[in-house]
Design a protein around this ligand. Structure first.
Ligand SMILES: [Zn+2]
Length: 125
């Protein structure tokens, strides 16, 4: 595991996160297809928000299980609590310093067909 630093665009939100990356996950659901984020998921205690907690806004829709956090100032979504496992963090790898998501293979999570995908995803994880 390596420790990475991440931030939103304006820098109001700063965080540190630990992970070891073998692939990135993208998703075609209604929000991810618009943000264009690439993710990895980490346990709750692997992500620390070091600055700007009070600048985070929460966006929820649909089942309102997932928690999409975004910066009030610049609108970037640095991390979220994913619907598939809301106890984890899904980190937007495009917000990580010194990491190029193009250096890693990418796996597509078929969020449009969420229920079916989750069944298959959990089996083959
Ligand atoms: Zn910001």
């Amino acid at each position: 595991m390596s420790l990475y630093k991440g931030s939103c665009h304006c820098g109001s939100i700063q965080f540190e996160v630990e992970f070891s990356l073998t692939k990135t996950v993208t998703c075609n659901c209604s929000i991810c297809s618009k943000t264009g984020a690439a993710y990895t998921s980490v346990q709750d205690d692997k992500l620390q928000i070091t600055e700007g907690k009070d600048q985070l806004s929460l966006y929820q829709f649909g089942s309102k299980t997932a928690k999409h956090y975004f910066c009030e100032q610049c609108g970037i979504h640095p991390f979220l609590r994913p619907r598939i496992s809301p106890e984890l963090w899904a980190v937007n790898l495009r917000c990580i310093e010194g990491l190029d998501v193009n250096d890693y293979p990418s796996k597509m999570f078929d969020g449009v067909n969420w229920e079916q995908t989750v069944e298959a995803w959990i089996k083959h994880k």
